[in-house]
Design a protein around this ligand. Structure first.
Ligand code: ADP
Length: 214
């Protein structure tokens, strides 16, 4: 598992972040979310963040080259295995990842977390995340406290979780990211699990899928 190199695929709010972080912690892997990193860059007001915000504020994918720059930089600094959450999101990004130095993408696999569109819309309507640490969850998880259960920080709602923005993200996902699934399935590197159920149930499916496919 220490050498696992995994890209997580699936629609918005399918659980990539939750599962990715759990898996990374359990197996001591590096974890990188392009969406989270882009939002950090926007908040920090970096040049990259300002450029990215032009697209994020319209609920569009940011240009491939911009995302590729942050991902290749991060991957090049990893000593062991890693998990990428939210990349690749277009066929061009997947093809560019295939061109990374062979050493850095050895035994690369893709894991698709499948969830129906109606279930996702329901999840997103309740989703909140911590403005400080990487915690994400639903309003059910924080009923008692109204603050982050992990660090006590203030919770925020992502602007792209509003219903209209969510519909747009789903449409873009279907247009640009479904072909990425085909990219990995035709090369035989795709694992697929259902993302319906509790975090623990999905987590078990993730580990079973990785273990049974060496
Ligand atoms: P989710 O998976 O819930 O849609 P993310 O936090 O992964 O959300 O990403 C938020 C937004 O960041 C995306 O909707 C997109 O605009 C942008 N983004 C993230 N990763 C990429 C990528 N690989 N290519 C282009 N845009 C990206």
């Amino acid at each position: 598992m220490e050498e696992t190199r995994l890209v997580l695929l699936g629609p918005p709010a399918c659980g990539k972040g939750t599962q990715g972080r759990r898996l990374a912690k359990e197996y001591g892997l590096g974890y990188f979310s392009t969406g989270k990193q882009l939002r950090r860059e926007v908040e920090a007001g970096t040049a990259l963040g300002q450029e990215a915000d032009k697209y994020l504020s319209r609920t569009e994918y940011v240009p491939d080259q911009l995302v590729l720059a942050i991902v290749s930089d991060w991957v090049s600094k990893q000593g062991g295995g890693w998990i990428l959450d939210g990349f690749p999101r277009t066929v061009m990004q997947a093809e560019e990842l295939d061109r990374f130095p062979s050493e850095s993408i050895r035994s690369l696999r893709a894991l698709l977390i499948d969830v129906d569109r109606e279930v996702l819309a329901q999840r997103v309507s309740q989703r909140c995340e911590c403005g400080y640490c990487s915690w994400t969850g639903t309003s059910d998880d924080v009923k008692e406290t109204a603050s982050c259960p992990s660090c006590g920080g203030a919770l925020i709602r992502r602007r792209d979780d509003e219903p209209e923005a969510f519909r747009k993200r789903m449409d873009i996902y279907e247009e640009l990211t479904l072909p990425v699934i085909e990219h990995y399935s035709s090369s035989g590197g795709l694992l697929r699990i259902s993302g319906i159920g509790t975090q623990g149930e999905v987590s078990k499916r993730v580990k079973d899928a990785l273990q049974s496919h060496g």
